[in-house]
Design a protein around this ligand. Structure first.
Ligand SMILES: [Zn+2]
Ligand SMILES: [Zn+2]
Length: 458
């Protein structure tokens, strides 16, 4: 069969494009079995069936087309778009991942010089950007599990490839998260294993910088993880409490405001130690971080995360105070000012949080009080009948608001160290009772909305 040309479609191929748009995989499968259908045919814009399916976010269809030999790196589109670019534009993370696993090149640029990650970022599909920038095929790591050149032994023992790959592809690069991932695997949490791993990471970093299509983002990520591993080694060698000691150091807040100074300094130092000073990314990071006083925003972690994952700001979700996990939805039941993924993350943080929890609680209560005062002021402006009605319900609400459980725990928090564990268990129980309740916040919003309506009626 002749190589496909743009717009040169058989009637069956035209049918296939229609069937893809409709999402009918069964019919598409039947058509793909026909000898008049080429899986990599091109419509008048140079789009393949796979590009169509990716752009329309049809997961099953993409899978079917790849099974039938669709070329994931076809680059015949009139503006140089690839299937990965279409996947990124569609905002479908699963398809983006599928294209990458099928071997999609990440460094190809379209006719105006943009990569798939840059295009996805441009249209605000940040989850797809994260997927692309953090993709690292397992085969690239497995290369180091075979002896190369004159080596008698591989640089990376095969048993370490899995756990290391998990860390390399994590999208949460919080130092505590990385140490937790190291800790969870006994094979990895040893000096010798970590030495082998960080050397391999350094080699990958070097390769990323020296290859023709340089990848500074991946190079920086590898270097950063390598730095964390090297610090793990130091703690394993020098500290009795080993990696727990490292986690404590990373989380320990300064007296003034609880800001984790060691963590900030470690991330800054890791970035500065990036061995390729001419890298644009390094210069960007240093420019963003250098003028910021320690303890102010943005933190080095947020600047680094933004550079590597393409995530803009930390606005659309809550992040765990301990491990940086996205979508944390448990609040400290006492101060209600810090968020965690789960009780384990809270437990790890408690040794340092307990020093500022009370102060934070006061701040929180002051804020609540101001809000309540403001609310009452508003309410007094209402007509008499309405005032009675609204105040009646809101007073009882305010009285129950300081949360009797939390107050009880406040006292426990300041008990002696011996009872700390027991108190802690109690607080843990309370924490479980205080997830972020969407119901509560919705009620809050409804209150505000109601207030607004009443104001306008006045
Ligand atoms: Zn967490
Ligand atoms: Zn607290």
């Amino acid at each position: 069969m002749a190589p496909p040309r743009r717009g040169d479609l058989s009637p069956e191929e035209k049918d296939l494009l229609g069937v893809i748009a409709a999402g009918n995989t069964e019919e598409a499968g039947r058509l793909l079995g026909s000898k008049n259908v080429r899986v990599n045919c091109l419509d008048e814009h140079g789009m393949t069936p796979l590009m169509h399916a990716a752009y329309k976010g049809k997961v099953d269809m993409c899978r079917l087309l790849l099974r039938h030999g669709a070329d994931v790196n076809c680059n015949e589109h009139e503006h140089g778009y690839t299937a990965l670019m279409f996947a990124g534009l569609s905002g479908n993370k699963e398809i983006t991942w599928m294209m990458l696993e099928a071997g999609a090149e990440t460094d190809v640029v379209n006719s105006v010089g943009r990569t798939a990650a840059q295009m996805a970022a441009f249209v605000g599909q940040h989850d797809c950007v994260t997927v692309i920038n953090n993709f690292f095929p397992r085969e690239r790591l497995d290369y180091y599990t075979k002896p190369q050149g004159l080596d008698k032994e591989p640089k990376l023992p095969i048993k370490l490839a899995g756990p290391l790959h998990k860390i390399i592809t994590t999208t949460n690069m919080h130092p505590v998260k990385i140490v937790l991932l190291v800790k969870e695997n006994p094979l990895l949490a040893e000096v010798e294993a970590l030495q082998k791993c960080y050397r391999v990471l350094d080699l990958i970093c070097e390769k990323c910088m020296k290859q023709k299509d340089m990848n500074e983002v991946l190079a920086m990520k590898m270097h950063y993880i390598s730095c964390i591993f090297q610090k793990c080694i130091t703690f394993l060698k020098e500290r009795e409490d080993k990696l727990d000691g490292f986690i404590k150091s990373l989380l320990k807040g300064r007296d003034k405001d609880g800001f984790p100074v060691y963590q900030e300094k470690l991330i800054r130092e890791s970035i500065r130690k990036f061995p390729y000073c001419e890298a644009t990314l390094l210069q960007q990071l240093v420019r963003s971080i250098a003028p910021v006083e320690i303890g102010s925003d943005p933190t080095a972690f947020s600047v680094l995360t933004q550079a590597i994952t393409g995530q803009v700001g930390f606005v659309d979700a809550e992040f765990c105070t301990t491990c940086g996990g996205k979508g944390a939805d448990k609040r400290c039941s006492v101060c209600k000012m810090v968020m965690y993924c789960d009780q384990n993350c809270q437990k790890i943080h408690w040794f340092t949080h307990k020093k500022v929890c009370k102060t934070l609680k006061e701040i929180h209560e002051k804020q609540e009080l101001e809000a309540a005062k403001e609310k009452r002021k508003q309410e007094k402006k209402q007509k008499k009948d309405e005032v009675q009605l609204v105040e009646g319900s809101s007073t009882s609400e305010e009285q129950s608001d300081p949360c009797p459980d939390a107050t009880k725990e406040m006292d426990l928090n300041h008990a002696t160290d011996q009872t700390e564990e027991r108190e802690f268990t109690k607080e843990m129980e309370a924490l479980a009772l205080h997830p972020e309740s969407p119901l509560e916040s919705e009620t809050g919003l409804a209150d505000i909305a109601l207030q607004k309506i009443q104001d306008s009626e006045e």
